[in-house]
Design a protein. Structure first.
Length: 415
């Protein structure tokens, strides 16, 4: 492209960029940025092929995420190939590529994203800023790191309208220096500044305090969006994310099923449902279609090979299952008695009443009726006693239930 045309395009884009950022600030919308395809895939054993990434990206687009962290082009040809396959196919979310604060990484991202619409592509730059990273990883002074950040953000802003900057290990960085990196990054052209708890050590109270101090210490913060990215090493990633949502952050970055490095990341599906079910507390507009969450959780588990724990919120097999008699009785009378939300709200299959040692007569009678088996109340009680005498670990599936009912003299009707 000729230099003059390029400058004109960037000039127009910068005006639009400012308008979009102002709109997001005024609207109070909470934007979801998904990093399943990049940070999530870094989980040992969770490698995704380009076709897998495209399948998940399609599902994330349908879910309603605002942006997709599509990969790290400088790290592998596979990431470049996956990003290229998304070009022209994934049209609604912004596609971003991860970059170190190195011009070569930005060039690689520009090449990988070359077929993506200009207003729908961006880069996410990171640089270690904590004393640990400055001394042991980078061997740089505060001033030298700041110069690197300013130079590469400005370089990226010449090539992309959407430029995010995150100080790696922000939660262990001196707050004055942290704010200085943000101020300089925004002045250099960053449209989003991220706060990553890289090692997952924060509590909700400390996370909230960081956000407040950033909001107070970065006077040009209105020129950019504020994002958060939490790891789950203390099991607090979702709680930390929600604490920051209350403080007004614009973007939350998460992964499906919370997969990621070490203990993983904040789980997108958990954050989304918490916000959706508590509008009085969060009062944020969200574009996520929650009815797609459970199927997406299962898709990601299948494609990554990382199984969902049975008690995993939203997508786990036991979320809408119950074996306890009192709970089963309540669920049969009204599902809301023992559910925070109905299965259909997250696209799950439905309530499952598991027949076992803890079941009550009402659940057993209900399942027998579904199977077309007639039984008196006394026979149901006898059957329940027989179930309770079964050895530990025996599953009472439909075949076993038919067998036990036959032994008690109840005759199943023929299908």
């Amino acid at each position: 492209m000729q230099p003059i045309l390029k400058r004109v395009r960037h000039g127009v884009a910068n005006v639009v960029k400012g308008m979009v950022i102002n709109h997001h600030h005024r609207s109070g919308a909470l934007l979801f940025s998904d990093t399943t395809l990049r940070d999530g895939e870094q989980m040992p054993g969770a490698t995704l092929e380009p076709d897998d990434k495209l399948q998940i990206a399609r599902a994330l687009e349908a879910l309603g995420v605002h942006s997709l962290d599509a990969g790290f082009p400088a790290s592998s040809q596979a990431d470049i190939e996956a990003i290229r396959r998304m070009a022209g196919v994934i049209k609604k979310p912004v596609l971003t590529a991860l970059c170190r604060t190195m011009r070569g990484d930005i060039d690689a991202a520009e090449e990988a994203l070359s077929d993506v619409a200009f207003g729908k592509r961006g880069v996410s730059l990171f640089c270690g800023t904590s004393p640990l990273h400055r001394e042991h990883k980078l061997n740089k002074s505060r001033a030298e790191v700041l110069e690197i950040i300013t130079d590469t953000v400005a370089y990226a802003a010449e090539r992309f309208v959407i430029v995010a900057f995150s100080p790696e290990d922000a939660s262990r960085t001196e707050i004055d220096y942290l704010c200085e990196t943000y101020r300089n990054a925004i002045d250099a052209g960053a449209t989003t500044i991220g706060f990553p708890d890289t090692v997952g050590l924060l509590t909700p109270e400390k996370a909230r305090d960081f956000i407040r101090r950033i909001q107070d210490g970065v006077p040009n913060i209105e020129k950019a969006l504020l994002a958060v990215h939490f790891h789950n090493d203390l099991g607090l990633a979702v709680a930390n994310t929600l604490a920051c949502v209350e403080e007004g952050v614009n973007v939350v970055q998460c992964t499906i099923n919370g997969i990621g490095e070490r203990a993983g990341n904040a789980a997108l599906e958990e954050v989304a449902m918490a916000v959706a079910l508590n509008p009085d507390q969060y009062d944020r507009t969200v574009s996520i279609d929650t009815t797609r969450l459970a199927p997406l959780c299962k898709m990601v588990a299948e494609l990554t090979g990382v199984p969902l724990p049975t008690n995993k919120p939203i997508g786990g097999d036991n979320i809408f299952a119950s074996e306890a008699g009192i709970h089963q009785d309540g669920l049969l009378k009204n599902p809301d008695t023992y559910l925070p939300y109905r299965p259909e709200q997250v696209g799950a299959d439905g309530i499952k009443l598991i027949i076992g040692r803890h079941s009550g007569r009402r659940a057993v009678a209900h399942r027998l009726g579904e199977l077309g088996i007639e039984a008196t109340e006394a026979e149901v009680l006898d059957l329940l006693e027989a179930i309770k005498r079964l050895p530990k670990g025996v599953t009472v599936d439909d075949a076993r239930l038919r067998e036990l009912s036959g032994l008690l003299g109840t005759t199943p009707t023929l299908d």
